[in-house]
Design a protein around this ligand. Structure first.
Ligand SMILES: NC(=O)c1ccc[n+]([C@@H]2O[C@H](COP(=O)([O-])OP(=O)(O)OC[C@H]3O[C@@H](n4cnc5c(N)ncnc54)[C@H](O)[C@@H]3O)[C@@H](O)[C@H]2O)c1
Length: 296
C-alpha cells in the first residue's frame, strides 16, 4: 500500500484519492497540507481566517470554500480547533460523498459524541505520536524535527470503528502521507485513543514536562544555582531517568530510590490513578472542549 525505503522520501500511495483539508491554514492544517501537497493525491484546501489563508498562500496553496473542498472528496480531514469540530462536522458531513471518510486529528470530539454521523460516511481519528525520545537519529534534519512529519520517523495511533478494511486502508494511506515519515499506524478504539491523549500523554507526560521546567526555574531563581549548571544537570538526568525507568537500562542507586520516594510522597497525590477512570476521562474532556457535560 505505502512504500518507502528512504525516510526523507514522501511515501508513494496507491491509489491516489481526493483529499479535502478543512482548517488548512492552522498549525496542523499547514503540517498535513505540506506533506499531502507532495503526494500523488489530489488535495483541496479550505480555510476561513485571513491569517491562515496568507500562511497557505506563502507556501503556494490556495484556499477554496469548504463546500468546494468537500464536494466529491474521498477523505475530508478536519484540522479545525476541537471546540468547533462538532459544529463544523454538522455542516461538512451532510455534504460528503457516499462512501467517503471523515478524518479528525484528535479523539476528544469523537469520544464526546460531537461529530455528525452518517451511515455511509466512515469516521477515522488519527493522532501523531511524535518522534520517540528513544529514536535513533543520525541526520541533522532528524534531530531538528521534534514534532515529526518532516524528517524524523514517528508512529501514529488511530481509530476506525467501521468494518470496511478497504476503507481503513485508504485512511491509513492518507494518514501515513500527512504525518510521514511514519513507521507504524497502531489501530485502537476511540476510547483507547482518548485514554492515550489526553490522559497518558497530556495529563501525565506533558504535565511532568512543565513540572521539570518549573523545578528548573525554582533551582535557578529561588535557590540561585547558575542556570547553565542547572540545565546541564537536569537535561542529562532527564535522559537517564527515562532510559532507566522506561527501558531498564541501569538500576537507580539506593540513595536515589530514597530521594525518588521522598519526591513521590511530596509531589504526587495518593489517588492519582483516578485519572484512568471513565468519569475522570469524561471530566477532563468536558473541560478541554468547554462543554457542560458529555451526552451519551
Ligand atoms: N497543534 C498540535 O500540536 C496538534 C497535534 C495533534 C493534533 N492536533 C489536532 O489538530 C486539530 C487542529 O488543531 P490546531 O492546533 O492545528 O488548530 P489551529 O487553531 O492552529 O488551526 C485551526 C485552523 O482552522 C481554521 N478554522 C476554524 N474554523 C474553520 C472553519 N469552519 N472552516 C475552515 N477553517 C476553519 C482556523 O482559522 C485555523 O486556521 C485539532 O483537532 C487538534 O486537537 C493538534
Amino acid at each position: 500500500m505505502t512504500t518507502t525505503e528512504d525516510p526523507t522520501e514522501t511515501p508513494t500511495e496507491t491509489p491516489s484519492v481526493v483529499v479535502a483539508v478543512v482548517g488548512a491554514g492552522g498549525k496542523m492544517g499547514m503540517r498535513v497540507s505540506r506533506n499531502l501537497q507532495k503526494s500523488a493525491h489530489t488535495v483541496r484546501y479550505a480555510e476561513t481566517s485571513p491569517a491562515g489563508t496568507e500562511r497557505m498562500a506563502a507556501e503556494g496553496r490556495t484556499a477554496v470554500s469548504t463546500a468546494e473542498a468537500v464536494d466529491g472528496a474521498d477523505v475530508v480531514v478536519l484540522a479545525v480547533p476541537d471546540t468547533v469540530l462538532g459544529v463544523v462536522s454538522q455542516s461538512v458531513v451532510p455534504a460528503m460523498k457516499p462512501g467517503s471518510i471523515l478524518l479528525t486529528l484528535d479523539p476528544a470530539a469523537a469520544y464526546a459524541g460531537l461529530l455528525a454521523q452518517r451511515a455511509d460516511v466512515a469516521q477515522a481519528v488519527a493522532h501523531p505520536c511524535h518522534p520517540s525520545v528513544f529514536l535513533e537519529r543520525t541526520r541533522p534534519e532528524e534531530y531538528a524535527d521534534n514534532f515529526g512529519g518532516e524528517a524524523a520517523r514517528q508512529n501514529v495511533v488511530a481509530a476506525f470503528e467501521h468494518d470496511d478494511q478497504q476503507k481503513r486502508a485508504v485512511a491509513e494511506d492518507v494518514i501515513r502521507t500527512m504525518y510521514g515519515p511514519v513507521d507504524t499506524v497502531h489501530w485502537v478504539s476511540v476510547k483507547q485513543l482518548a485514554v492515550l491523549e489526553p490522559t497518558l500523554v497530556e495529563t501525565v507526560a506533558c504535565m511532568i514536562g512543565q513540572l521539570l521546567k518549573d523545578a528548573l526555574h525554582e533551582t535557578v531563581h529561588t535557590v540561585g544555582v547558575p542556570e547553565e549548571a542547572a540545565k546541564a544537570m537536569l537535561f542529562g538526568h532527564v535522559q537517564i531517568a527515562l532510559t532507566n525507568t522506561l527501558r531498564g537500562s541501569n538500576p537507580f542507586s539506593e540513595a536515589c530510590l530514597i530521594a525518588m520516594d521522598y519526591g513521590r510522597e511530596s509531589i504526587v497525590k495518593d489517588d492519582w490513578k483516578k485519572i484512568f477512570r471513565d468519569d475522570e476521562l469524561d471530566s477532563v474532556i468536558t473541560r478541554m472542549l468547554k462543554l457542560e457535560k458529555i451526552e451519551r
